[in-house]
Design a protein around this ligand. Structure first.
Ligand SMILES: C[S@@+](CC[C@H](N)C(=O)[O-])C[C@H]1O[C@@H](n2cnc3c(N)ncnc32)[C@H](O)[C@@H]1O
Length: 286
């Protein structure tokens, strides 16, 4: 849908107000989205504040209108912009990958607090590479591995890693079958698909890859498949952290216990919802 172009005034401040007004019909944070679009077009977060009366100019106006048209057509803002912020990283995103969510920062914060002194760290279902890259940026000395079944997602994750100068082992394939035999890990993190095939939320998520969202009939299939294949890849004392839906904590904890994981625990996010379950592998310690 092409927005109606505003009257003659060309100041940045005017465009910000006009954009906010246009976006009121799309999404629930029009002022925030308007600022993000304008800052993206200006390639600066300062210009708007320093010189609100400065003109936007023709070239930047064309880009702004094209971004707005895509947003008004229902495309998620991160895909329109082509990049998105996660844990202070600026990551490329496009419809090949799930848009990294602030919810996932709970899992990353837990993992940052449990990074091993040495050894290998694994991210299962890496998508844009958001989780593994946030960890690698914090502790570049460890050995980082990431798996995804989508070659398209891995191509983008690879670009994100290269832009940050991070050397990750990117592995294509189905969960643990993508890993080399004998490779063991001290920390495993995963935000796998966890929606059931009939989940009503899927309607709002239609722009994102279905393989990143839907696990199967129950929503628990990815956790089951991961836990079934992980044992040969675990160091004694390894830790695992799973992100899950806020109503799945009990089921995911039950799966961890059934696969002989110990010290099973659940963490809440900033809104108090049970979104991450963790455990320790002590089977090979005895
Ligand atoms: C919920 S997304 C998470 C993306 C990213 N880790 C994040 O938190 O933003 C799940 C990812 O798991 C991948 N995936 C789904 N099924 C898989 C499988 N059988 N083996 C490996 N990866 C899989 C999807 O392609 C997707 O990138």
């Amino acid at each position: 849908m092409m927005p109606e172009i505003p009257a003659a005034e060309d100041s940045l401040r005017h465009w910000l107000l006009w954009l906010t007004d246009q976006l009121a019909q799309q999404g629930d944070a029009p002022a925030q989205e308007a600022r993000w679009i304008l800052e993206d077009v200006l390639e600066s977060s300062m210009e708007l504040w320093r010189s609100p009366q400065a003109p936007l100019g023709e070239a930047r106006r064309a880009r702004l209108l094209s971004l707005l048209a895509r947003r008004l057509d229902g495309e998620p803002l991160p895909y329109c912009l082509g990049h998105w912020s996660f844990m202070e990283l600026d990551l490329r995103v496009d419809p090949r990958v799930l848009i990294p969510r602030p919810d996932t920062e709970t899992l990353v914060r837990w993992a940052l607090a449990h990074l091993p002194v040495e050894g290998a760290v694994l991210d299962l279902g890496t998508g844009s590479g958001a989780i593994i890259l946030a960890l690698a940026q914090a502790r570049p000395d460890l050995d980082y591995w990431a798996v995804d079944c989508s070659n398209a997602a891995l191509a983008l994750a690879h670009k994100n890693g290269a832009a940050l100068g991070q050397n990750i082992h990117w592995c294509a394939g189905d969960w643990c079958t993508a890993l080399p035999a004998g490779q063991r890990f001290s920390l495993i993190v995963s935000n796998p698909p966890y929606l059931a095939a009939n989940d009503p939320h899927l309607m709002e998520l239609a722009a994102e890859p279905i393989a990143a969202l839907v696990a199967g009939e129950t929503g628990l299939e990815a956790y089951q498949a991961i836990l079934a294949g992980l044992a040969p890849h675990l160091e004694p004392g390894a830790r695992i952290g799973f992100e899950h839906g806020h109503e799945q904590a009990q089921a995911v904890r039950g799966l961890l216990q059934r696969h002989a994981w110990q010290e099973v625990d659940t963490l809440t996010d900033l809104a108090g919802r049970k979104r991450v379950s963790t455990a320790v592998w002590s089977k090979d310690c005895a």
